[in-house]
Design a protein around this ligand. Sequence first.
Ligand SMILES: [Zn+2]
Length: 115
Amino acid sequence: MTKISNPQQDLEKYLRQIRSYQDELHQIGFILTGSITKRYVRCSTPGCKCQTDPKALHGPYYEWTRKVQGKTVTVRLKEDKAKLLMEWIENKQRFYTIVSKIERITLEAVDIIRF
Ligand SMILES: [Zn+2]
């Protein structure tokens, strides 16, 4: 038996998939660019233990780093705020992953209506 394709039905199927991705997008709140780093630092105070003992380094310090007009900008944050911003940065990745899926489905829709 030959499968007769129905372009309209196929498009509706793709559109339903897109709607479900849009529901996922709807769950994403803040979207942030940059990265969060956790650092331990050596100070410049003469005689401080951190100069000789790696275990005595100061920190951890959390930093949010991003590019602003080509320049690297770093902001120091408290741990709880850093974790929150990390989630917002992950949201950006999730957002674009879903957008890519929608684009992929849309390309398949183009294949359907092309002929
Ligand atoms: Zn020190």
